[in-house]
Design a protein around this ligand. Structure first.
Ligand code: F6R
Length: 358
């Protein structure tokens, strides 16, 4: 059943190129995403509601929609939605993201938005789910079934759907022309290959690294820009399956409190995306000065400016492709750390694959 792998989680990490290929081919096989983008572009407000890993995919989607279209996107954690639902009207598009399509908090956010006249655009892996059935537009992720409780391939396929939506919105709004549009879609078609090369570039070190800090009590993940949601996802994965306390912050925010915890050899991971090298370099220096064990996940580009104690090199890619180069080593890190700690990564304690209670 596990196809020769010891756990579903590692099987699903390795399945990502295939999953992304089927997501991409599905997206270009019909007009769903084009029609959805046309509709969303006509709305005054764009909201995103999701939980857990799907919320992090929502933050990545927000980043790309804002970057490409210049329009503001508001993201909400589903369980907090009731505090803002009064903001929804019939000029609001709500993007709900849910792997299972059955997360009760996200279902509630969807229903209350619909009642207020909002148009619901769902990104889900299960089209027959409650969310799949009740949304106005459904874009399937086509990741295939995910058995491991920790979301892996479903995260990157959500990110791909969100990025394709951002590119289509850019075209609908008139922010990008036909040539730019075709270039961006073509770029995204390489997402499966990037995941594949990122895994092969980093798996050796990610197998060894956990031994060094599997006994640590705490880890920080820091990033800037697109690196922030990727850092959030890294910390969630780490907490879920290794039970090590992991926190993520925008790197610049770490000075405003979190740095107080730093002592000798405290592991601090930097998720380094394009255009953040210079500022991240100074955050690394601050952490080095306090003897933290600094690790940078970065492409070779301008690497000499960063001075971490350890660099994990990922493929150098276009901004649109950075999630596919930076996320695989993060997934491998939490997987191998769980294994070193003698835990079953497929069955983390206290967690269910689908959360149907509030
Ligand atoms: C994390 C994880 C959870 C889910 C969250 C939302 O690895 O699996 O945080 O992402 O419960 O679930 P869906 O996407 O099914 O709504």
């Amino acid at each position: 059943k596990k196809g020769g792998y010891p756990h579903y989680m590692i099987k699903e990490i390795y399945e990502q190129p295939l999953a992304l290929k089927s997501t991409f081919e599905g997206l270009i096989s019909d007009e769903t995403i084009i029609e959805a983008a046309d509709l969303i572009s006509k709305k005054d407000k764009i909201f995103i509601a999701a939980a857990g890993t799907s919320y992090h995919a929502g933050l990545v989607t927000k980043y790309f929609i804002e970057k490409i279209t210049g329009r503001a996107v508001y993201t909400f954690i589903s369980s907090e939605y009731k505090n803002i639902e009064y903001l929804v009207d019939n000029d609001t598009a709500i993007i709900v993201i849910s792997q299972s399509g059955e997360t009760i908090d996200t279902i509630k956010a969807m229903r209350s938005s619909k009642n207020r006249g909002g148009v619901i655009f769902a990104i889900t892996n299960v089209i027959g789910s409650t969310i799949g059935r009740e949304a106005n537009y459904v874009v399937p992720m086509r990741a295939g079934p995910e058995i491991g409780v920790a979301a892996t391939k479903t995260f990157l396929t959500q990110v791909l759907v969100g990025s394709m939506l951002a590119v289509n919105l850019g075209k609908s709004i008139g922010k990008i022309n036909e040539t730019e549009y075709n270039q961006m879609i073509n770029t995204l078609s390489y997402s499966p290959n990037i995941v594949g090369s990122s895994i092969s570039m980093t798996e050796g070190i990610m197998k060894k690294l956990p031994e060094r800090f599997s006994s640590k009590n705490s880890i920080y993940f820091l990033g800037r820009g697109l690196g922030v949601p990727l850092a959030y996802e890294a910390a969630l994965k780490m907490k879920e399956i290794t039970y090590i306390h992991a926190e993520a912050y925008p790197a610049g925010e770490s000075k405003h409190g979190p740095i107080a915890l730093i002592e000798k050899d405290f592991p601090v991971f930097f998720v380094v995306t394009k255009d953040t090298y210079e500022e991240i370099a100074s955050n690394i220096a601050e952490m080095n000065a306090r003897d933290a064990y600094t690790i940078a996940l970065a492409s070779e580009e301008k690497l000499e400016n960063l001075q971490p104690r350890l660099t994990i090199t990922v493929p150098k890619v276009d901004l649109l492709l950075e999630p596919y180069s930076l996320i695989p080593p993060i997934q491998l890190l939490s997987y191998y750390t769980a294994v070193v700690r003698g835990l079953d990564p497929d069955k983390p304690r206290n967690l269910a694959k689908t959360v149907t209670v509030e």
